[in-house]
Design a protein. Structure first.
Length: 426
C-alpha cells in the first residue's frame, strides 16, 4: 500500500499527521510524496475558520473528481465537528477522527480492501512517545495535552478536541530527549491551550518547561498558545520557566477583543485588566519578550466603541505579532445564533486593524535594526537563503548558514513580519 498524506491547520494537527504517517510506516505502509504514486489519499482536515472549511471541502471534492480511482480518507477536526457535511460531500470516504490515530493502519487497510470504515469519538490515548514520521528533523513538535477547559462562544475546535487530557511530564521529557539526540534543535510544546496543561493531572506547565529546557544539548523550546484565564494561577512560575536561556522569550497570548463586554459575550473568562496584568508581568521580567496576540474582528456584539477599545489595547501593548481573523459563524458555536455585523462594517474594521497591525509590528521590529543577535538557523527559505530565529522567536533571513546551528548576525533591515541580516565575522 502507498499512502499520501496532506495536513492542514495548526501545529497540533500537523503533529497528528506525523503520528498517522509514523503508525502506517511501522506497519510497512509506504508514505509517498506525490498523489500520483498513492493508492490512498489522507486529508487531515482543519475546521477552525470558514475559509479553511471551504478550502477543505473544495479539496475533497477536487480529489474525488481528479482521482476517481484512488481511495480517500478524511481525518482531523471536520470528522468530529461536521460529519453531516462530510457524509454529503464524500459518501465513499473513510474517516479517522483525531482521537483514533492508533487505528490508522486498520482504517487504511480496510479502505484499501474496498471498505468504507469510520473511526471517530473521544479517547484518552496519549499522543506522546508514539511513532512519528517527520519531514524536518530539526523542529520537533510534542503535543503536551489535548482539549481545553474553555467554553468560548465562537469556537468549534473544542467540539473536535474534547475535554482536557494532559500527558505525563516524564513521557514528554523522554520524547524531547530522544528528539534532541536525533538532531532536533527546536522543541515545540503545543496544545489547544498549553496554560491548561496539568489542570487534570496535578502537574504544572512551568515544571514541564523547565524539565525539557534542562536537557543536555544546544536547542530552544517554544511554548505554544496560552489562554489568559488559565495562566493566572501560575504566571510567576511560567515567567521564571520562560526566562530559562534555552526557552524562546516568546508567548502567544490571545485576547480576541479589547472590550470587557465583548469578552464576556465571547465567554473568555478573563477581563482586560487581568490580561494587562499578565502582559505587564511578562514584559517587566523579560524585556526582550515577543508577544503574539489573536484578535477577532467584528464579533456579532462588537459596537464601534468596543472596536475602538481593541485599537486602544493594541496601541498600548504593542504586540510583535498580531493574528487577525474576521468573525464568521462556526458549526455548533453558540455565537452562530447571533446576527453578524454588516459586511461593510466588517471590511472597514478589518482594513483599519490590518493597517495598525503592520505599523505596530514593523515599528517593533525596526528597534532591532543595528543590533547583534545570536540566531538559530531552523529552515531553508522559500526564496533562497535560510530562516533563523532570534532568542525572542523573531524570524531572521540569513544568506549563508548551516541548518541547526547558532550564528551571530547584524540586523540590517526590518519588515512587519521578519528581519534581514548579515553574518558577523567570528
Amino acid at each position: 500500500m502507498k499512502v499520501y498524506i496532506e495536513s492542514y491547520g495548526c501545529t497540533f494537527n500537523q503533529a497528528d499527521g506525523q503520528i498517522i504517517a509514523g503508525i502506517l510506516q511501522e506497519n510497512d505502509v509506504e508514505i509517498v510524496d506525490t498523489i500520483d504514486n498513492a493508492d490512498i489519499i489522507i486529508v487531515n482536515s482543519c475546521y477552525v475558520k470558514l475559509p479553511t472549511e471551504n478550502r477543505i471541502i473544495h479539496r475533497i471534492q477536487k480529489l474525488q473528481e481528479e482521482y476517481p480511482d484512488k481511495k480517500i480518507i478524511v481525518g482531523g477536526c471536520m470528522v468530529e465537528i461536521d460529519p453531516e457535511k462530510l457524509e454529503k460531500i464524500g459518501p465513499n470516504c473513510s474517516w479517522i477522527g483525531p482521537h483514533q490515530l492508533n487505528k490508522a493502519y486498520d482504517v487504511v487497510n480496510a479502505t484499501y480492501c474496498g471498505d468504507v470504515i469510520r473511526e471517530y469519538g473521544f479517547s484518552k490515548e496519549s499522543k506522546v512517545g508514539v511513532p512519528k514520521l517527520v519531514d524536518d528533523t530539526l523542529i520537533h513538535i510534542i503535543q503536551i495535552c489535548e482539549g481545553c477547559l474553555g467554553s468560548c462562544s465562537f469556537c468549534c475546535t473544542r467540539f473536535a478536541r474534547g475535554p482536557l487530557n494532559s500527558y505525563p511530564i516524564s513521557d514528554i521529557v523522554a520524547e524531547a530527549k530522544e528528539a534532541i539526540e536525533n538532531g532536533a534543535c527546536e522543541i515545540q510544546l503545543t496544545a489547544q491551550d498549553t496554560a491548561a496543561f496539568g489542570r487534570d493531572s496535578g502537574e504544572k506547565l512551568s515544571t514541564l518547561i523547565k524539565e525539557v529546557a534542562n536537557l543536555d544539548g544546544d536547542f530552544r523550546v517554544r511554548v505554544g498558545m496560552m489562554h489568559p484565564k488559565n495562566i493566572l494561577n501560575d504566571v510567576d512560575e511560567i515567567i521564571d520557566a520562560i526566562k530559562h536561556p534555552k526557552v524562546y522569550n516568546f508567548i502567544h497570548l490571545p485576547v480576541q477583543s479589547g472590550s470587557d463586554k465583548v469578552l464576556k459575550d465571547m465567554r473568555r473568562g478573563h477581563t482586560i485588566e487581568q490580561y494587562l496584568e499578565v502582559v505587564s508581568k511578562f514584559k517587566n521580567e523579560i524585556p526582550d519578550l515577543t508577544l503574539a496576540v489573536d484578535i477577532i474582528v467584528g464579533y456579532p456584539t462588537e459596537s464601534d466603541d468596543d472596536f475602538d477599545l481593541t485599537v486602544k489595547l493594541l496601541e498600548e501593548i504593542k504586540p510583535s505579532l498580531i493574528h487577525l481573523s474576521k468573525y464568521q459563524h462556526r458549526k455548533g458555536a453558540l455565537s452562530s445564533s447571533l446576527r453578524e455585523i454588516p459586511p461593510k462594517v466588517m471590511k472597514k474594521r478589518s482594513k483599519f486593524l490590518s493597517e495598525i497591525k503592520s505599523k505596530i509590528t514593523e515599528d517593533e521590529n525596526r528597534e532591532l535594526v543595528g543590533t547583534h543577535q545570536n540566531v538559530l538557523v531552523v529552515e531553508k527559505g522559500s526564496k533562497g537563503g535560510f530562516i533563523a530565529k532570534t532568542d525572542s522567536y523573531i524570524p531572521v533571513i540569513v544568506h549563508d548558514a548551516e541548518l541547526g546551528t547558532f550564528v551571530d548576525v547584524l540586523i540590517t533591515q526590518a519588515t512587519a513580519t521578519y528581519l534581514k541580516s548579515e553574518l558577523l565575522e567570528k
